[in-house]
Design a protein around this ligand. Structure first.
Ligand code: ATP
Ligand code: MG
Length: 171
C-alpha cells in the first residue's frame, strides 16, 4: 500500500497522545507520563509499505521507549529524507542499553538485564520481529545508546524522490 509516510507516522503518534490522556484517570502504576516531541517536517514522503506490519514496528519501538524510561521522559520522533531513503528516529531519555548488549537486542528472546526486563514484562520478540519486517521492506533498523542517558532507534526505508517531470506531467 502506498502511503505518505509523514502522515502515517503522525497518525500513529496521535494514538500515543490519546493513550496518555486516556490513562490519566487510571491507577498511577498503570500509566506513565511522557512527552512526545515531533520533528516530522511537512514534506509528503510516498513509500510503499505493509501498513499493518510497519505499525507493529513503530508501535514496539514507541512502547519500548515508554517502558524503558522513567516517568516524565521526552520521546523525540524525527523524520528526514536522505537521498533515496527516509530515516525515522525515535529517541528516548530512558535507561539506555549497555554497549555489550546493543548488537543482541534484535535477537529473538534477548532482553538486556534480565531481572529488570522481567519486571517490565515482555517476551523479547518485539525488536526481532521489527527487524524481520524492516528487512522485508528493503530497509534497515539499528540502535544507538548511552547507558543511563537514553537510546535512539533508527529505521531507514527505501524512498524514490519524485522527479520533477512527474510533477509537470500532472499539470
Ligand atoms: P516485547 O516482546 O514485549 O517487545 P521486549 O520489549 O523486552 O518484549 P524487545 O522489544 O525485542 O523485547 O526489546 C529487547 C530488549 O532490548 C528489551 O528487553 C530491553 O532490554 C532492550 N530495549 C529495547 N528498547 C529499549 C529502550 N528504548 N531502552 C532501553 N532498553 C531497550
Ligand atoms: Mg518491546
Amino acid at each position: 500500500e502506498w502511503v505518505n509516510f509523514t502522515d502515517f507516522v503522525s497518525h500513529l503518534l496521535n494514538r500515543f497522545d490519546m493513550i496518555v490522556e486516556h490513562d490519566q484517570g487510571e491507577a498511577q502504576s498503570e500509566s506513565k507520563q511522557y512527552v512526545i516531541k515531533r520533528d516530522l517536517g511537512n514534506q509528503a514522503l510516498w513509500i510503499e509499505i505493509d501498513t499493518d506490519q510497519m505499525m507493529r514496528v513503530i508501535d514496539n519501538i514507541m512502547n519500548n521507549a515508554i517502558k524503558y524510561s522513567p516517568d516524565g521522559g521526552t520521546i523525540t520522533v524525527r523524520l528526514q529524507q536522505r537521498q533515496n531513503q527516509v530515516l525515522l528516529s525515535i529517541a528516548d531519555q530512558g535507561l539506555g542499553i549497555p554497549r555489550k548488549d546493543l548488537s543482541k537486542i534484535f535477537d529473538r528472546f534477548y532482553r538486556a538485564d534480565k531481572a529488570r526486563s522481567r519486571a517490565q514484562g515482555g517476551t523479547g520478540l518485539g525488536l526481532a520481529i521489527a527487524k524481520e519486517i524492516v528487512n522485508a521492506h528493503g530497509g534497515k533498523i539499528w540502535a544507538d545508546s548511552r547507558e543511563g542517558h537514553g537510546s535512539t532507534f533508527y529505521i531507514s526505508l527505501p524512498y524514490e524522490p519524485m522527479e520533477e517531470e512527474d510533477e509537470w506531467d500532472e499539470v
